[in-house]
Design a protein around this ligand. Structure first.
Ligand code: MRU
Length: 344
C-alpha cells in the first residue's frame, strides 16, 4: 500500500490520499495550508485516529511556515490558533496529542523563528515515521495471539489508510500474513461511511490478502457459524480504565464476540491512550444526519426522517481480551494493568 500522507521536502507541502474518492479513484490533495488540512480532517478526506494525528502535526508545521513570524511569541500564538483550527474532530485522541506535542516542541526550541519552523517540520516527519514503526511493532507483538489459518473479524478501517502506512489492525494482519500466508479477514461494511467496504476491502485486496465483506448485521451469524477465530479492531481513544472508544458498532461486536467465546482484541499505538479523561467525559462525535439518510447522495429514506448519528461507541474493558500496543500487550485490561504499562 502507498503512504496515506507525506511531507514533500522539495516544496514544503503535504500530500494526502483523498479517501472520500476510494476505492473508485486514487486522487491526492496537495496543500501548503493548515486550514486546508483542517478541512480534509473534518470532511474525512483523511480519517482514522493515527492518520489524522499525523495530518494535524503536518498542519502545525505548515502553520509555522505560514505565520512568517519573526519572534518565538508570535509563532507560538499563531500555532495556538492553528491547533484550535486543526482539532476538528473531538473523539480521536491522536489529534490533540499531535497538536499538543507540536506546540510543546515549539516552546522547547531555543533559537530563532526559523529554527522553530525547521524543527517543527522535522517533528511532524518524525511523528509520521514513528507511526509506521509503531504499526510494525504492534503487528509483531500480536503474533503471540494469532495462529496460522486464523480468520480475523474487523470493523471500519484501521488499515494502512487509517495510519501513515501499514495500519494498526492492518499491521496485525499484514505481519501475520507475512508469517502465515493463510490469514483471512472478514470486514463489516460499517454504515454510514462504509470505511469497511470502501477502504478495508480495497487495501487488503491490493495486498492479496483474502478478505470477505459482510454487512453490519451479519456479525452474529458469522460468529455462530464458526467462521471467525478472533476480532481485531482499532481504537480512537483508549482510557486508563481500559475503556475503548472506536467506530460505532464495535461495542455490539464485542458483546456478540463474548457471547460466542471469540477473543476480542483492540490494537492501537501509545498515541491513542488517554490517561486522563474519565469514561463519562469522553465526547462522542455526532455527524451530519444526511450521512444516514443518503447513500451516494440519494435519499434512501424520507428526507425529513429523524436521525441519530454517533460516529463512535465505548466498549467496556470486561469485553476486551487484550489491548495490543507498540509497548506491549495488556491482557484483560484493568486500570492497574494500564498504569503499569504506562509507568514502564
Ligand atoms: O470516523 P473514522 O473513519 O475516522 O473512524 C476510524 C475508526 O474508528 C478506526 O477504527 C480507528 O480510528 C482506528 S484507526 C487505526
Amino acid at each position: 500500500m502507498f503512504r496515506t500522507i507525506e511531507w514533500l521536502d522539495e516544496s514544503n507541502q503535504v500530500r494526502l490520499v483523498d479517501q472520500t474518492k476510494l476505492p473508485l479513484k486514487v486522487e491526492h490533495v496537495v496543500t501548503d495550508s493548515h486550514e486546508r488540512i483542517a478541512k480534509s480532517i473534518k470532511i474525512m478526506e483523511i480519517r482514522g485516529a493515527p492518520a489524522i494525528g499525523a495530518a494535524a502535526a503536518m498542519g502545525m508545521a505548515l502553520a509555522a511556515i505560514e505565520s512568517q513570524a519573526r519572534t518565538k511569541d508570535d509563532i507560538i500564538s499563531y500555532l495556538e490558533k492553528a491547533a484550535d483550527t486543526l482539532n476538528t474532530r473531538p473523539t480521536a485522541y491522536n489529534l490533540t496529542w499531535a497538536t499538543s506535542r507540536m506546540l510543546r516542541k515549539a516552546k522547547e526550541v531555543d533559537g530563532t523563528a526559523e529554527d522553530i519552523v525547521n524543527q517543527l517540520i522535522e517533528e511532524a516527519k518524525e511523528i509520521a515515521e514513528e507511526d509506521v514503526r509503531m504499526c510494525r511493532q504492534m503487528g509483531e507483538h500480536a503474533l503471540s495471539l494469532i495462529k496460522s489459518g486464523f480468520t480475523i473479524q474487523t470493523i471500519c478501517n484501521a488499515g494502512s489508510l487509517a495510519t501513515v502506512h501499514l495500519g494498526t489492525v492492518g499491521g496485525v494482519v499484514r505481519v501475520a500474513h507475512e508469517k502465515y500466508s493463510d490469514i483471512k479477514v472478514y470486514a463489516v461494511e460499517t454504515r454510514p461511511r462504509m470505511q469497511g467496504a470502501r477502504l478495508t476491502v480495497f487495501e487488503f485486496m491490493e495486498d492479496d490478502i483474502d478478505v470477505t465483506l459482510i454487512t453490519d448485521g451479519m456479525v452474529g451469524t458469522v460468529f455462530r457459524q464458526g467462521r471467525v477465530d478472533c476480532c481485531v479492531v482499532g481504537a480512537d481513544r483508549i482510557l486508563r480504565t481500559g475503556h475503548v472508544i472506536n467506530k460505532i458498532g464495535t461495542y455490539t461486536m464485542a458483546i456478540t464476540a463474548k457471547y460466542h467465546d471469540i477473543p476480542f482484541y483492540v490494537v492501537a499505538p501509545w498515541s491513542t491512550i488517554d490517561m486522563e479523561t474519565d469514561p463519562g467525559d469522553v465526547v462522542i462525535e455526532e455527524r451530519d444526519e444526511d450521512e444516514i439518510r443518503k447513500v451516494n447522495e440519494q435519499y434512501v429514506t424520507v428526507p425529513t426522517a429523524k436521525v441519530y448519528n454517533p460516529a463512535f461507541d465505548m466498549t467496556h474493558p470486561e469485553l476486551i481480551s487484550a489491548i495490543i500496543t507498540d509497548k506491549g500487550i495488556v491482557k484483560e485490561p484493568t486500570e492497574e494493568k494500564m498504569l503499569k504499562l504506562y509507568k514502564a
